[in-house]
Design a protein around this ligand. Structure first.
Ligand SMILES: Cc1ncc(COP(=O)(O)O)c(C=O)c1O
Length: 476
């Protein structure tokens, strides 16, 4: 909350007493619902010392609110927002700290989370909250000086035990021979890609991206002084031949190998070898985005491209966004051994790792065996949910949708048979809180297949049929 004095100073019509400015701000918080019904207001002494005003100022503002029925006394709990207050009605006009009408400010997009079929989310209902909360409490309890200090002083590459846990997981699960020294902890894939580009590329360098490909990566790269070139994706994944034929002078290729994003196919071995061969010859870098390799429906996922990298050209990027949850913002890069020092240096400047407490929490989750257990539960749950929803959608809309499942991933693509564009359908669906994305979001040049990216993990098997009916109704 801004200091009320600023509201007072910037009021266009002259001086407003401090108590009145505070009353107005609190009232607008209540009417907008940001201070929810039943929420407790801080004591007048606490708020006065937070805001640096006299206690009497807060008391007068509180009395005005109580007098108008916005708040009530609740015994020992102090003052609370009146639970009986009708909401949704905003005052006609009142001043905010910036002296503007609150109503004139753009609304942030608000929607229920998750939207039905929203891509990019793991099964939030199946997350092992109890184990997570236990570890979180333990990590907070040992709030030692190490946790409180600036983590970069300790190691800018990230919390060493977490890096060891990740290296050990990758050696076993992804066949990547690496040591903890090569692991750099980042704020998810986005943080990793930004750092890689800043560390390895020069202005005007060419970067291959898949077309269609990961739109977040496209957005990030578009904002950098680089030349992003789209390389087409065919039914086998990135068309390496097309890339080398047209832009063999690129400095970096970004590729989703295990499950191409968004189409889901696995890059075959001949293309992997061709890609590595090109990178070796060209002395180019490959960023392998292995964002959801853990969710493979048929047996073990294929080994990472990095496992074939003999000359240290591949930077392997993993993320906990899909296997834990995206709000966590933890990911990592495996940097080639020869680049470790360069990245350590870059990390010292950029400080890419998230809070040490967060890193400790993830480490505790991994070393306590919860990560492995969670993954194994998720694999069978996802296979079941994916099949159930794809079947239900095709049953509900046989004339409109065609779904071919791939071997893994946390979404599937539903091709649209009619003439209506996916973008138009998405707009209709969003109005009903149904949230698949249009495939066209991922296409660099527009065009491409007309289809929807459907996230299935948050639809329980028993709810698949009713969810499909909800989508059918919303599409009309
Ligand atoms: C293709 C792709 N790469 C990477 C990620 C992970 O991104 P982040 O770690 O920034 O959440 C995702 C998540 O949805 C993704 O779809």
């Amino acid at each position: 909350m801004n200091r009320p004095q600023r509201a007072v100073a910037s009021h266009p019509k002259g001086i407003v007493p401090a108590y009145r400015g505070l009353y107005q701000r609190l009232r607008s918080e209540i009417l907008s619902g940001r201070l929810a019904a039943g929420a407790r207001l801080p004591s007048s002494r606490t708020l006065a010392s937070q805001l640096g005003v006299a206690r009497g100022t807060v008391e007068v503002a509180y009395q005005m609110l109580a007098g108008e029925g916005y708040t009530i006394g609740d015994g020992a709990r102090g003052t609370i927002v009146n639970p009986a207050l009708p909401r949704g009605k905003r005052p006609r006009s009142y001043e905010t700290a910036a002296g503007q009408s609150d109503e004139a400010q753009p609304e942030a997009p608000v929607h229920a989370t998750p939207l039905l079929f929203q891509p990019g989310l793991p099964a939030l209902d199946a997350f092992p909250r109890k184990a997570w909360a236990r570890i979180a409490v333990a990590v907070s309890r040992q709030l030692d000086f190490e946790q409180m200090a600036f983590p970069g002083h300790l190691d800018p590459m990230g919390y060493a035990p977490l890096r060891r846990a990740i290296a050990s997981y990758l050696r076993i699960a992804r066949d990547i021979s690496c040591s903890a020294d090569q692991i750099l902890i980042t704020a998810g894939f986005q943080g990793a890609l930004g750092l890689i580009v800043q560390t390895l590329l020069e202005p005007d360098d060419k970067v291959w991206v898949e077309d269609p490909g990961y739109f977040q990566a496209h957005w990030l790269l578009r904002g950098m002084p680089l030349r992003m070139v789209g390389v087409r994706v065919d039914e086998e994944g990135l068309d390496v031949g097309a890339g080398t034929a047209t832009h063999s002078d690129a400095a970096l290729a970004l590729v989703t190998t295990t499950h191409q994003f968004p189409l889901g196919m696995t890059l075959p071995v001949d293309r992997r070898l061709a890609l590595l061969d090109w990178a070796d010859r060209q002395r180019a870098w490959i960023v392998e985005d292995d964002y959801d390799c853990e969710v493979h429906h048929r047996g073990l996922p294929p080994p990472a491209l990095k496992s074939l990298d003999r000359n240290g050209r591949v930077l392997y990027v993993g993320s906990f966004s899909k296997v834990l949850f995206p709000g966590l913002r933890v990911g990592y890069v495996v940097v080639p051994a020869a680049l470790s020092d360069r990245f350590a240096h870059a990390a010292r400047a950029a400080q890419p790792a998230p809070a040490l407490m967060t890193q400790k929490l993830v480490e505790g989750f991994m070393s306590g065996g919860h990560f492995a257990r969670h993954l194994s539960r998720m694999r069978s749950l996802y296979t079941e949910r994916c099949k159930a929803l794809a079947t239900a959608l095709e049953d509900a809309m046989p004339q409109r949708l065609q779904i071919s499942l791939t071997d893994g991933g946390m979404h599937f693509v539903a091709r649209l048979r009619g003439k209506t564009s996916a973008a138009e359908i998405v707009t209709r669906l969003r109005a009903k809180n149904v949230g698949p994305s249009a495939l066209s979001l991922c296409a660099l040049r527009g065009g491409g297949p007309n289809g929807l990216i459907v996230g299935y993990p948050n639809v329980a098997k028993e709810d698949a049929a009713s969810a499909a009916q909800r989508m059918l109704a919303a599409m009309r």
